[in-house]
Design a protein around this ligand. Structure first.
Ligand SMILES: Cc1ncc(COP(=O)(O)O)c(C=O)c1O
Length: 362
């Protein structure tokens, strides 16, 4: 099955196979060496000198760690949401009993720095900015994140960012943009299996953790920091996925991060053009379309589930539907990770044939 999903994405054969190497002692020297290499290489991808920690969990675990280690009950938090994953971040903020101010945009719209500034001016007690970089549910990217983070920093906020589906597909410059906490997930742009989350943390973030009152155990990052100094993780790590990550990072480094991002931009543009040529409209606001996934509006009369079923059963290709209230209203074409222009051409061909097969004409 070809995966034109926004995650899990396709895994190159050598990365998949390396996961079957024999186990090593996760408290031994070999693991310590691997941990050091992984954490150095992740820093390159995140554009940071901050520590990057690897958690054995999916992306949501990384988001939970980002929230429970920093935000306490009654803290004032600005949550910017442009879709399903922004709403999930909001749920986590609510879970710890914080007081969120919510800046919510319609599906397909991206956040505007002026709105963020107004929201922060309206409530000088806000100490945290929480937002999604690439909103996978709507194929929309908050490209103003750098300006937004700078405004938040100037107001004394700690910035917590979900970059689960943007990292490696879109520029993310943690240090020069001043992002304090940034999370990604292995099954997205990293060309490997699901099961790991990566989280970078600034010194300000570590300071905030010391006074954060929210209970945490498995995701206690101070424990993770202590363990990293010994080249370990506090709990048993998914060692097989660490092997996969090592090879994935080697590949990303040898291609060069700028080239990786340029490849994603080219693939995304090709996907958008092909979709428009088929007569469809995109959900994302012009200029804010995602490099990782294209969300396509389903016109009147298009049965999205029939389209996805046909693509899967007749053409062995998986596309994604809409999530939550977007169900039946959009479908999504994923183009991140191990993806080439040829894959995009193939995906467009499958879409064309599947539409024909279900008898839909635009
Ligand atoms: C932007 C974004 N945030 C968070 C998540 C959640 O990640 P996971 O499903 O790995 O828990 C996803 C996964 O689709 C995502 O795209």
């Amino acid at each position: 099955m070809r995966l034109r999903l926004p995650g899990p994405t396709e895994v190159p054969e050598d990365i998949a196979n390396i996961g079957s190497k024999p186990m090593i002692n996760h408290r031994g020297a070999e693991m310590a060496e691997l941990m050091e290499k992984l954490s150095d290489d992740l820093k390159i991808c995140f554009g940071t000198n901050n520590e990057v920690h690897i958690l054995t969990s999916s992306g949501t675990g990384g988001l939970e760690a980002a929230v429970v280690n920093h935000i306490s009950a009654n803290d004032e938090v600005l949550v910017v949401t442009i879709g399903v994953f922004g709403n999930r971040f909001l749920q986590l903020v609510e879970m710890v009993g914080a007081k969120p101010t919510v800046l919510k945009y319609d599906f397909g719209q991206a956040a505007d720095v002026n709105d963020v500034e107004d929201a922060l001016n309206a409530n000088p007690n806000i100490r945290f900015l929480v937002m999604t970089h690439n909103e996978t549910s709507t194929g929309t990217t908050n490209y103003q994140i750098e300006q937004i983070a700078k405004v938040a920093k100037a107001k004394g906020c700690l910035t917590i960012v979900d970059a689960v589906s943007s990292l490696t597909a879109t520029p993310v410059e943690v240090d020069s943009w001043g992002l304090d906490v940034v999370v990604s997930g292995s099954q997205k742009g990293w060309m490997m299996a699901p099961g790991l989350a990566f989280i970078s943390l600034s010194e300000e973030a570590w300071d905030v953790q010391k006074t954060c009152k929210t209970p945490r155990f498995y995701f206690d990052l101070l424990k993770s920091r202590e363990s990293l100094q010994k080249g370990q993780t506090p709990w048993t790590p998914a060692v097989s996925l660490f092997y996969q990550l090592e090879l994935s990072l080697d590949k990303l480094k040898s291609e060069g991060m700028d080239n990786v991002i340029a490849r994603h931009a080219t693939c995304a543009e090709k996907a958008r053009n092909g979709i428009k040529d088929l007569g469809f409209e995109l959900l994302a606001q012009k200029g804010y379309e995602s490099n990782s996934v294209t969300a396509i509006k389903a016109p009147e009369g298009l049965d999205v589930s029939a389209l996805l079923k046909t693509a899967s059963e007749e053409f062995d290709t998986a596309f994604a539907g809409g999530q939550g209230s977007l169900g039946g209203k959009i479908f999504r074409f994923g183009h991140l990770g191990f993806v080439t222009e040829e894959d995009i051409a193939n995906g467009l061909d499958v879409l064309t044939k599947s539409l024909e097969s279900i008898g839909f004409r635009n």
